[in-house]
Design a protein around this ligand. Structure first.
Ligand SMILES: Cc1ncc(COP(=O)(O)O)c(C=O)c1O
Length: 378
């Protein structure tokens, strides 16, 4: 049986929605982006949502608007997709890597505190694979040191921290709408904030800091010219992407419920497998299950990568767990203590998980994992 590793969940309504935008003639950032922003903000309990081209530009824009620039340092986990660090680098600032909590795989608050220097401007906790970081602790740390928090919520639409939706908590949270995420617009990103003034500035900065939107110019009854009081970026989303995103928001609850059901099936099936650790569930968090990770415990009779190959030979594709950015040639010479990051990068793998995964496909994955582990343990 062939089992895909991941697939976006598209309901079939998207084609007509995108075609309607094309027929309207307004294909770049316009009324659909505005509607998508309103619905997204409502969904996560934020005052404002600002649509952008992807989550990397979202993170970069949120940092820029918070005043991060050349010479500044931003504390990030190394255990994250490389975009987390690259979003800092694009501003001429330096990503400073701190270790993770070994259970949640999220940035560790004490490690982040140890990484603070006189150059630190911001901390960027990542809600890794959709599991919220311990945000109250990060807000307290940021307050104590006069720092900004920008949340990398790439995988976290629909996640909750102590009952509150991710996207409603802090100064800014940045979401990804890439097809590997819970919902998608092909490519796309969203910044949410409770700060209406900050939102207005980010909305300008995403289109060259133009002081009038295209919607305002098209609706004007008199002749008006836009101005450019500062320098900005082109991080616009298209109305076609926004139309797709609106369909995806309609499907979000169903997608989250199905991902959670499938994750529970994995948890139950692997509970008794001797050296396989299932995901840790902190009480404070409701996660999105953007990915399902298992850990091959230290001392196991098989290495993580060997198990991945055995499964691939049986038609079960897996992926390594979240990468360690400091292992890459792009970020050499990192000397920080990243003990837990190193271990997680070596021992974790991801199993197929997406809302359209059938029970039969999942049963095949489970059967292959359990049977390999039993044979190896014998
Ligand atoms: C944790 C994290 N941050 C940022 C990104 C970047 O998202 P995008 O591809 O939308 O730029 C990703 C995407 O994989 C991610 O997983």
């Amino acid at each position: 049986m062939e089992v895909p590793f991941a697939k976006p969940t598209l309901t079939g309504d998207e084609g007509a929605a995108v075609a309607a935008v094309i027929a309207s003639g307004w294909v770049s950032q316009g009324p659909k982006v505005q509607e998508f922003e309103r619905r997204f903000a409502e969904r996560v309990g934020a005052a404002e949502a600002i649509a952008v081209s992807n989550c990397t530009t979202a993170l970069s824009l949120a940092l820029y608007a918070a005043g991060v620039g050349p010479g500044d340092e931003v504390i990030v986990p190394s255990l994250s997709f490389i975009a987390t660090a690259n979003s800092v680098w694009t501003l001429g600032a330096t990503p400073v890597f701190a270790d993770i909590d070994p259970l949640t795989y999220n940035l560790d608050v004490a490690a982040a505190e140890r990484a603070i220097t006189s150059k630190t401007k911001a901390i960027m906790p990542v809600h890794q694979v959709g599991l919220p970081a311990d945000m109250d602790a990060f807000f307290a740390l940021a307050d104590a040191h006069g720092l900004t928090i920008v949340e990398d919520a790439a995988c976290a639409i629909g996640a909750h921290y102590k009952g509150r939706p991710i996207g409603s908590l802090g100064p800014s949270a940045c979401f990804s709408l890439h097809p590997r995420k819970v919902i998608t617009t092909g490519e796309g990103g969203m910044i949410t904030t409770q700060d209406v003034e900050l939102a207005a500035r980010m909305r300008k900065l995403r289109q060259h800091a133009m002081d009038l939107s295209d919607l305002q110019r098209h609706g004007a009854k008199g002749v008006i010219f836009e101005g450019y009081p500062e320098r900005g970026f082109n991080y616009r989303m298209t109305d076609m992407q926004a139309a797709l995103g609106l369909c995806q928001l309609d499907a979000l609850d169903g997608i989250l419920a199905e991902r959670a059901r499938l994750a529970e099936r994995y948890n139950a099936a692997f509970a008794a497998v001797p050296f396989l650790e299932t995901p840790y569930e902190p009480e404070y968090a409701q996660r999105t299950w953007q990915s399902y990770c298992v850990r091959v415990a230290p001392g196991a009779p098989v290495e993580r990568t060997e198990l991945m190959q055995l499964l691939l030979d049986d038609g079960v594709p897996t992926r390594r767990g979240v990468m360690a950015i400091h292992h890459e040639g792009a970020y050499p010479g990192v000397t920080a203590d990243l003990t837990h990051t190193e271990a997680a990068a070596a021992e974790v793998l991801m199993l197929p998980l997406f809302a359209d995964l059938t029970d039969a496909q999942q049963d095949h994955v489970i059967e292959r994992v359990v049977s390999h582990c039993a044979a190896l343990a014998a």
